[in-house]
Design a protein around this ligand. Structure first.
Ligand SMILES: [Zn+2]
Ligand SMILES: [Zn+2]
Length: 337
């Protein structure tokens, strides 16, 4: 959590390296990647990055609380998970539906329906797409809700159930916090970078010819994104995106880690597509919600396939840091495209 300085964001845009008129609001630029991957290590930057990531009211700290609390409260109800039964499988499906509806629906209601924050900290002044011709049911929010709820949540839940069932049967390596606290914490810390690493490669595949046209174009209907756009994807893309979870078949794991990983995929995508950089909490407090790195991807397409948590975009020349210089580099790389 940081202290808000400029309530309108207009000053921010004018004073930054962003091109005039490019964004309604932009964060401090250029955006930076996880300093853990920059050698030699700058311990101050690494400490500050992880402090902001984990020790403030941030999306990841919330997801961890939900995973720990959710497992502690629900495990006794689930009972024997060595067999697939409607009771515990249905409970996890209901929990995931509840969380997606609460987070995406809550953000949509707050930011878009009631407009409680106006356009303050909004990357693009316009609220969603006006024309509905390319959207299922002819309207962006209905399209996004349909693909999120009809495909996204069931496929995510399918992976999660598979992993919890596998772990309950002892078919995958398992750890506990009491027996392996250091490894347990290290695996929590590694979740974000792993998600970014996996997302980058799947996402690059989805930007190739037929995959883009028949699968990923559905997500890119949303140039001006909203909370429900986060996991609004084609079912094939959901299968690729949530396959990040399969690492728990190899790496020693625990149900809390599986649940947390799922939230880092599903709920984090919803946060990252709100279209707002920050949620303002009172006059001087704020919580970061938007992912400007991914907002740039929705505008310019052929850049920022991963996230700032693992700098594959920087290493492979596809990183757009939001600056005018980066936009020029993208133009030169793509040519007439
Ligand atoms: Zn997206
Ligand atoms: Zn894409």
């Amino acid at each position: 959590m940081e202290t808000a300085a400029d309530p309108t964001g207009a000053e921010n845009v004018q004073g930054s390296t962003v091109a005039p008129g490019e964004w309604h609001y932009a964060p401090d630029l250029p955006i930076e990647n996880n300093p853990l991957f920059t050698w030699p290590w700058n311990w101050r930057r690494i400490a500050a990055y992880h402090r902001d990531y984990w020790l403030t009211l941030s999306e990841v700290s919330l997801f961890l609380i939900i995973a720990v609390g959710g497992w502690a409260l629900s495990a006794p109800w689930f009972g024997d998970m060595t067999t697939l039964s409607a009771g515990w499988v249905g409970s996890i499906l209901a929990l995931n539906y509840g969380l997606v509806i609460l987070v995406a629906g809550g953000f949509h209601l707050f930011f878009y329906t009631l407009r409680r924050q106006g356009d303050d900290r909004k990357y693009v002044a316009q609220f969603g797409h006006r024309g509905g011709g390319r959207f299922t049911f002819g309207r962006q929010v209905h399209d996004n809700m349909f693909w999120s709820l009809a495909s996204g949540v069931p496929i995510w839940t399918g992976y999660e159930v598979l992993l919890l069932w596998t772990h309950a049967n002892g078919w995958a390596p398992a750890i506990s916090f009491t027996a392996n606290p250091v490894l347990f914490i290290a695996l929590i810390l590694a979740t974000g970078p792993w998600v970014a690493f996996h997302f980058y490669w799947g996402h690059r595949l989805l930007h190739t010819g037929p995959f883009y046209r028949h699968v990923h174009a559905l997500h890119h209907r949303n140039v001006n994104i909203g909370p429900w756009s986060g996991i609004s994807m084609h079912p094939v893309e959901h299968c690729i995106y949530f396959s990040s979870l399969l690492v728990h078949l190899i790496v020693p794991s625990h149900p809390v880690l599986v649940m947390f990983h799922g939230y880092m995929l599903a709920l984090s995508a919803i946060f990252g597509h709100t279209g707002f950089h920050e949620l303002l909490l009172g006059k001087s407090r704020r919580m970061m919600v938007g992912h400007f790195h991914h907002q740039l991807h929705h505008r310019y397409f052929e850049c920022n396939y991963g996230s700032v948590d693992f700098p594959l975009d920087a290493w492979f020349g596809t990183f757009h840091d939001g600056s005018k210089a980066a936009r020029q580099r993208l133009r030169e790389r793509l040519g007439p495209r």
